[in-house]
Design a binder for this molecule. Structure first.
Ligand code: ATP
Ligand code: MG
Length: 474
């Protein structure tokens, strides 16, 4: 069964799949491997998940196995747990009318694999392997397109994208994940059908965007998103960074003739590529860290460009974008924290107190990500991995203060809220202010971290905070 597969490596589906297929065969049904697994096998990669197509109805599949989860029975899909494998089993389908560009109005089942493959999105996803006979079915030239590294819609691309707006993003996602070009007619159709994304849920857009961001070079999907107008639909704030000149174009591009425009959008895409693929938070922060530059751009008479407090504006905009796309709150908080902190300017003359304040502000757990964001930001300016001795030195000094048992958080103080309460400072927001003032003091001068000293300082701070007419006064 392997001769049709990748010329360099014959990958045979695990034995469990053959036994799985035999259950279908014995009951008189067909069983095909389809989807991403076939694509991966053909490309010589390890399959990640198993999508199965069959002529058995969901009820019939449910009757064949012990452990079946009705994941999307309405759409013909059930999940079967078989030995150690998890298989998504979908009954052959055709696509009838779509009105909301997301869900077929009615699911009609089909009787042949060929009919089923016709309703799939791209040629590379429209191939199937008969698990009993090892016959390979490739009616739309998927193998050839994979060989040409091309994303091509099956059938009429405009029709296909109109049926389901999500396919527009899937095309860009596959371009990024696989490093494929999008075939010109398919690409034109993406531009024409981009408004169909209006009908796609935020969650599904987020999932595709994540897959773009987790691929080795997100710009391979994001650049065609810019050119087709799709970015404008999903991240209009980022699209608005096109044409906003970046203060410094990358050195490598500076002397190009004709002069190459390098704007905040170019910088953002490059920075995103420069962040580690396995760190979605850093990737997302890199993509969005400068979006505040569009609304804050100013240029004085001497031609100096500035973006006053853009990191604050970027942070607020990123929070709004990620909320709109329904990212989890913890994720939004982490990304926004990185964006807010991305403008630190370490100088070798920073005192240890300044280093401690930096750690206290960023938080020890966010430091590795913030360094990675800085490296990504630098990559976004140079277009290549660039040593940053300044950042390395800061990281070394941070290590040193952290190992010196330094006080870096309120929890490290020799005093706590109970001590303050016993000293007559009521629990509440004002106590928080006092604790922060104590931390500031100790960050500056660690010798002040003595219980008696802190109590004395706390009483003074509290007295200063409580105005004579304040409701906090006791
Ligand atoms: P991966 O699982 O690696 O993300 P995949 O191609 O398997 O990639 P799935 O979402 O698991 O993607 O879908 C399985 C198959 O179902 C696809 O290969 C494709 O044939 C078909 N498919 C999925 N979504 C769509 C869609 N929106 N329109 C048409 N066909 C689709
Ligand atoms: Mg899949």
């Amino acid at each position: 069964m392997s001769s049709l597969f990748h010329p360099r490596r014959a990958v045979v589906p695990p034995r469990a799949l053959k036994s799985f297929a035999r259950v279908f065969q014995d009951a008189g049904f067909q069983c095909f491997l389809v989807g991403g697994a076939i694509r991966n096998i053909v490309m010589g990669n390890d399959p990640s998940d198993w999508d199965i197509a069959t002529d058995a109805s969901p009820e019939q599949v449910t009757g064949l196995f012990r452990r079946v989860i009705p994941t999307g029975a309405k759409h013909g899909t059930v999940t079967v747990l078989f030995r150690k494998e998890k298989l998504e089993v979908t009954t052959f389908r055709t696509e009838s009318g779509y009105t909301d560009s997301r869900h077929p109005d009615a699911v009609s089942f089909a009787s042949t694999i060929e009919e089923d493959l016709k309703r799939r999105d791209f040629t590379m996803n429209g191939m199937a392997l008969n698990l009993e006979t090892a016959a390979f079915v490739d009616p739309h030239g998927g193998i050839e397109d994979i060989r040409r590294r091309t994303v091509r819609a099956i059938g009429d691309p405009v029709e296909r994208f109109n049926e389901d707006g999500l396919r527009v993003l899937r095309a860009l996602r596959f371009a990024a994940q696989l490093g494929f070009e999008i075939e010109p007619e398919t690409f034109k159709a993406i531009g024409r059908c981009r408004d169909r994304l209006d009908a796609v849920s935020a969650e599904r857009i987020r999932e595709e965007l994540n897959r773009i961001l987790e691929s080795s070079r997100p710009s391979l999907g994001l650049r065609p998103a810019v050119e087709s107008g799709v970015l404008e639909k999903i991240l209009p704030e980022l699209a608005a960074c096109a044409g906003i000149e970046q203060a410094e174009p990358p050195r490598a591009l500076r002397n190009r003739r004709p002069a190459l425009q390098f704007d905040v959008l170019d910088h953002s895409l490059l920075a995103c590529d420069g962040a580690p693929a396995e760190m979605l938070e850093v990737r997302t922060a890199a993509l969005l860290h400068d979006i505040g530059k569009a609304p804050t751009y100013t240029r004085d008479e001497d031609g100096n460009i500035s973006f006053h407090h853009h990191e604050e504006v970027s942070t607020e905009m990123a929070a709004a974008i990620l909320t709109r796309l329904k990212y989890p709150n913890q994720f939004i908080r982490s990304v926004c924290h990185l964006i807010r902190q991305h403008m630190f300017h370490y100088q070798p003359d920073w005192s240890d107190a300044a280093v401690r304040r930096f750690v206290a502000r960023v938080g020890a757990s966010a430091l590795p990500s913030l360094y990675l964001l800085r490296r990504a930001d630098t990559y976004g300016k140079t277009g290549r991995p660039t040593p940053d001795a300044n950042l390395d030195e800061l990281a070394r000094r941070v290590e040193r203060v952290m190992h010196a048992d330094a006080v870096l958080t309120i929890a490290d103080l020799q005093i706590n809220g109970n001590d303050l309460a016993a000293a007559g400072i009521p629990k509440g927001p004002l106590m928080g202010v006092v604790l922060n003032l104590l931390l500031e003091t100790v960050l500056d001068d660690p010798t002040q971290n003595q219980k008696e000293t802190l109590l004395r300082l706390a009483r003074n701070f509290y007295r200063e905070q409580v105005k004579p007419d304040s409701p906090h006064e006791s």
